[in-house]
Design a protein around this ligand. Sequence first.
Ligand code: PLP
Length: 392
Amino acid sequence: MNDLKKEFEKHMLGVFSAPDIWLERGSGVNVYDIDGKEYLDFLAGIAVCATGHCHPKVVSAISGQASKLMHCTNLYGIPGEVELARELCIMTGLGKAFFSNSGAEANEAAIKMARKYAHSKDPDKSNIVTANNSFHGRTLLTVTATGQEKYQKGYHPLPPGFTYTPYNDVEALKGNVGKDTAAVMMEPIQGEGGIIPAKQEYMKAARDLCDDNGALLIMDEVQTGVGRTGMFLASENYGVKADIVSLAKALGSGFPIGATLCTDECASVMGPGDHGSTFGGNPLACSAALATLKVVMEEDLMMNAAKMGTYLKLTLKDLDGRLIKDVRGMGLLIGIELNEPKAVDMKNWCAENGLLVGSIKDTIIRLAPPLIIGKADADKALGIMGKYMDAP
Ligand SMILES: *Cc1c(COP(=O)(O)O)cnc(C)c1O
């Protein structure tokens, strides 16, 4: 393993530090490292492996497709892409879909669409309002949308036309949205920002302010979408419908795919040649996503996410008053805020003891397990986390 770390450091761009855990395979809620050690995976590739690792139906969809057709340019069609678009429109209540390969690309398309739509009304209407502490991706445009300087440092000049507003502050939002606003872009729960759910009144204010100012509401559901919060979209929990929704992480159960959904009205400004992607709508990605949606529905995973999420949250709140400051989130996207800067220590300790969780900053533990977990899995994870908290 030390050799692997050395090789990693020698050959890999240093944007990630060399990992201590090297995985070989996964099955359901578990992953196994190259020495055969088993881990209960409560991070699921950061909210990606919603159907668990290597769900047989997803595996068979991908491998079946792989032996038939692995790529199709957008000059030709494949039925699976249209089927996926139809399914996603039904699930989100939106009108049209565009496919790409990642969350950043899905957001990039969302911002481009919103700009084009706004410009069709007024050439000076171009501003995108995003929240402080948000995360929207790593391309230059989406890192600009991301309201955190640490992701932008060193990459200036950034594309202009973005305004940042404090998350969950309705008065500030009112001051930042106006006639020059093309779109308000937000996460229903700030994921990378520390699992911070939007307040109901903030969501509603964002919708109302967009309507009053002829702006579009873009909901970045890259981390929250595809059932993780108990609804297909987290914004459904608020009864708020966005004009544009971006999806990615969980959509392909681990196979890379991004999707940007929008209303027919918004889609009307996008014509042939206005946007594109060589790999977008790839046959393997579409088959993985169709299989994922099928599993989510057939196995009632949204209901399970809501149920298991509530169970985890309530039990965590009872665990230990000393170390835990706050437990928050929705469904199976849960943040545990600690009283002390021990998140990394706790994450490493849990991994040594067979449980994978995430850490955000120094004080927040992120749980984003597969949506297939049962009570026994939750109890096992709670047991390991509880043991850490009991330690002096
Ligand atoms: C992960 C994430 C992204 C970026 O997705 P990539 O696939 O890494 O480009 C964008 N927005 C949110 C809310 C995310 O959690």
